[in-house]
Ligand binder design. Structure first.
Ligand code: PHE
Length: 444
């Protein structure tokens, strides 16, 4: 049964049968590593914030992680059947309340209350997902937006006001590909009832330059750091490209990708805010753009951090490497891994519970389904940050009985010390017991 009450960030909530927050995830709500001085996530936030100065942009870094489904989904135009709403994808306190899955959950509140033209919101966000070196149920995002008020710009001429602001911005000399047409009839139509194509294009130009400058800053710092560590470092020119995207709360919408280590890497989502969002927030005369960027992956590449679990480490061998960087960003250096401890793999195979179909037709039993995210979470719940990754390595249906079997391979590896065999076996036994208890599976 769910706990009677849970307290997050000093506020108390009442769970119901939808409650699905494991204790380790609940505990993470207290950590606030994105605000912790000299923490790589916090340093990354600072670098991004440095490109969006006051008074145009004001940072908001203290929103509660618990939000309503209205704030997280409905206020942004997510349809009722959007997959992100599923119990298997998000952490719910109760039916109407969850741990935010993105910082966009606060867009409406800031549009409503802020008296600045732009804002930044940084926060911890929560999603149920795989376990591996780049996925963790808690990660961080920065959201930002810039608006112009039609009732306040001269003659209501938004395009002129936006271009005037753009003219005051610095330029950069990085090659940017931008192959897609600005509008798409279904996915990204012009918001014809609210602004002209010329206005949307002005806002887009401002959006693109602003975000390009932010990404250039990050990658220049990443290169400078890499060059400090490796005297033979070869500086390759930075390449970026804008790719058409879809978000329910922007139109048109884009992702910005950066060419990195031989691949195009998606770094952020963005677009021209839908006027419904601004109207709903009580500021119908404003229009503008918004973006959202994940901080953890950016921090991993900036600091060459090989495993996302390290961000949660309280080991001084990790934390002390960043001392002083918050005060002087130019001292940023890549992380130097302390001894890598050996991995320890263990497999677990199980039969899924079969459910006798109504009418007792045992010739074709249906099997109970198990969601991958449930398995991941049970493993993480027992073994905590000692799991490096876990994956489904085999799956089959017995030809005669119709029962389904799954095999997971779990890699136990501490970031901080070498695990003994006995310790690993004990952990694995406890994982198995939890899988049996929580999923009702039969171990093979
Ligand atoms: N919230 C979106 C995400 O998590 C990112 C986004 C923010 C896109 C703002 C557009 C505008 O993927």
């Amino acid at each position: 049964p769910p706990p009677k009450t849970v307290t997050v960030n000093g506020k108390t909530y009442t769970p119901d049968e939808w409650y699905n927050v494991p204790d380790n995830v609940l505990a993470a709500t207290n950590r606030k590593i994105f605000l912790q001085k000299d923490h790589p996530i916090s340093i990354t936030r600072q670098i991004l914030e440095s490109k969006f100065a006051a008074p145009e942009y004001l940072p908001h870094n203290d929103f509660d992680p618990v939000v309503s489904t209205y704030e997280n989904f409905d206020s942004l135009g997510f349809p009722a059947d959007h997959p992100g709403r599923a119990h298997s994808e998000s952490f719910y306190i109760n039916r109407d309340t969850l741990l935010r899955t993105h910082t966009s959950a606060h867009e409406s509140a800031v549009f409503r209350s802020s008296n600045s033209d732009g804002y930044l919101i940084s926060a911890d966000v929560y999603r149920r997902d795989e376990i591996d070196r780049s996925h963790y149920p808690v990660f961080h995002q920065m959201e930002g937006a810039r608006t112009w008020d039609r009732s306040k710009v001269p003659n209501g001429d938004i395009a002129a006001a936006v271009y005037a602001d753009l003219a005051r911005m610095p330029t950069h000399n990085v090659k940017v590909e931008d192959p897609h047409p600005p509008f798409h009839a279904e996915r990204n139509p012009l918001q014809i009832a609210h602004h002209t194509a010329a206005e949307a294009e002005a806002i887009t130009a401002h959006l693109k330059r602003s975000l390009e400058l932010m990404v250039v800053e990050i990658f220049s710092r990443a290169k400078a750091a890499a060059a400090k560590q490796d005297p033979n470092y070869v500086d390759e020119p930075l390449r970026m490209r804008w790719v058409e995207a879809y978000f329910p709360f922007t139109s048109p919408s884009w992702e910005l990708e950066v060419y990195y280590a031989g691949d195009w890497l998606e770094v952020l989502g963005s677009g021209v805010s839908k006027q419904e969002i601004l109207s709903e927030a009580g500021v119908p005369s404003k229009l503008g753009w918004a973006f959202g960027i994940g901080l953890d992956r950016i921090a991993m590449l900036l600091f060459k951090i090989p495993d996302i679990r390290l961000f949660w480490s309280q080991d001084e061998r990790f934390l002390s490497q960043f001392t002083g960087v918050s005060d002087n960003l130019d001292t940023l250096k890549p992380f130097v891994p302390f001894s890598k401890h050996p991995p320890c793999y263990r497999d677990v195979s199980f039969w899924l519970r079969s459910i006798s179909p109504a009418g007792g037709n045992t010739a074709s039993p249906t099997t109970h389904d198990v969601h991958n995210n449930d398995v991941m979470e049970i493993i993480r719940d027992v073994a905590g940050d000692i799991v490096e990754d876990a994956k489904l390595v085999d799956e089959f249906t017995h030809p005669k009985t119709g029962r389904r079997s799954m095999c997971y391979r779990i890699n136990y590896r501490s970031l901080e010390r070498t695990l003994t065999n006995a310790e690993t076996s004990d952990l694995h036994e406890r994982v198995i017991a939890a899988l049996k208890e929580k999923l009702g599976v039969e171990i093979r």
